[in-house]
Design a protein around this ligand. Structure first.
Ligand SMILES: NC(=O)c1ccc[n+]([C@@H]2O[C@H](COP(=O)([O-])OP(=O)(O)OC[C@H]3O[C@@H](n4cnc5c(N)ncnc54)[C@H](O)[C@@H]3O)[C@@H](O)[C@H]2O)c1
Length: 255
């Protein structure tokens, strides 16, 4: 078993929005000693979040702009993060967009937009980071899917989103199989409804209560609920967990 290096970096895509899961995860991981690389389409927010992480937790952090649907942009951004920060040990793919369009109104443009960000983007970042992880023969990759993949929509987003997030689960299993020999684990997290702004803006108390009705617990999830699951799956002690999908969804989908 290869031990983690004492100084290690987690790269998070989609970690710059102020109320998002990625930002919460970045702070949660920094608090636990991870150096943080942020890759987000919002350049200013990426840089500002990195500065806040260093100030709050004394870790090294660097934020860059990239569009995850553009492979060249992803590769250049990760090259920069790798040059600036300690050894990359973990990648968390969080960048994503919602899509509430009914299936009969889905255009080719909408289909391509959602698939290219939510699925191609996971591949581009994973492919580039995997090239670094295999050199050190240690690594952790976590991809964010959605309960929408398992239940066939049924939340805010519809078919292109559901298809992309289902693709993320198949991708996770297959890459886990191929990278296991390098002691790289690859897992997915499938969140239920989480209180962020991705579902058409900040959720009202009424919308939150409506979403919670179908869950086993009396609330929807928080970004911290997902951050804690990410922290476990990228930890050194989670090295025997791979190819899995961890449902963090208040019991919305049981499998
Ligand atoms: N909130 C939920 O209920 C929920 C449920 C299941 C899954 N998820 C997934 O969790 C992840 C995080 O979502 P969130 O709820 O924190 O939403 P969010 O909108 O706060 O975060 C999405 C982040 O991705 C970034 N992003 C968007 N397009 C990008 C692109 N092309 N390139 C790079 N970055 C881009 C945004 O700037 C933002 O920082 C997403 O993959 C989402 O699909 C969310």
């Amino acid at each position: 078993m290869t031990a983690f290096p004492s100084e290690r970096t987690a790269i998070l895509t989609g970690a710059a929005s102020p109320r998002g899961i990625g930002r919460a995860a970045a702070f949660y991981l920094a608090e636990r000693g991870w150096h943080i690389g942020i890759l987000d389409i919002d350049a200013d927010a990426s840089a500002a979040t990195a500065a806040e992480l260093t100030e709050a937790h004394g870790v090294r952090a660097h934020g860059v702009r990239a569009d995850v649907s553009d492979e060249a942009s992803v590769r250049a951004a990760i090259d920069e993060l790798e040059a600036e920060l300690p050894q990359i040990v973990a990648l968390v793919n969080l960048a994503g967009v919602s899509s509430p369009v009914p299936y009969l109104e889905v255009t080719t443009e909408e289909w391509r937009r959602v698939l290219s960000i939510n699925l191609d983007g996971v591949h581009y970042a994973t492919r580039r980071v995997a090239e670094s992880l295999v050199k050190h023969r240690i690594g952790r990759i976590v991809n964010i899917s959605s309960v929408s993949a398992q239940r066939g929509g049924g939340t805010y987003s519809k078919t292109p989103y559901s298809a992309a997030k289902a693709g993320v689960i198949g991708f996770t299993r297959s890459v886990a199989r191929e990278l296991g020999e390098y002691e790289i684990t690859v897992n997915a997290i499938s969140p239920g409804p989480i209180d962020t702004d991705i579902m058409g803006g900040t959720l009202t108390d009424e919308r939150k209560a409506g979403m919670a009705e179908e869950l086993l617990l009396n609330r929807i999830g928080t970004p911290r609920d997902i951050a804690a699951a990410i922290a476990f799956l990228i930890s050194e002690d989670a090295g025997f967990v791979t190819g899995q999908t961890l449902n963090v969804d208040g019991g919305f989908y049981m499998h």
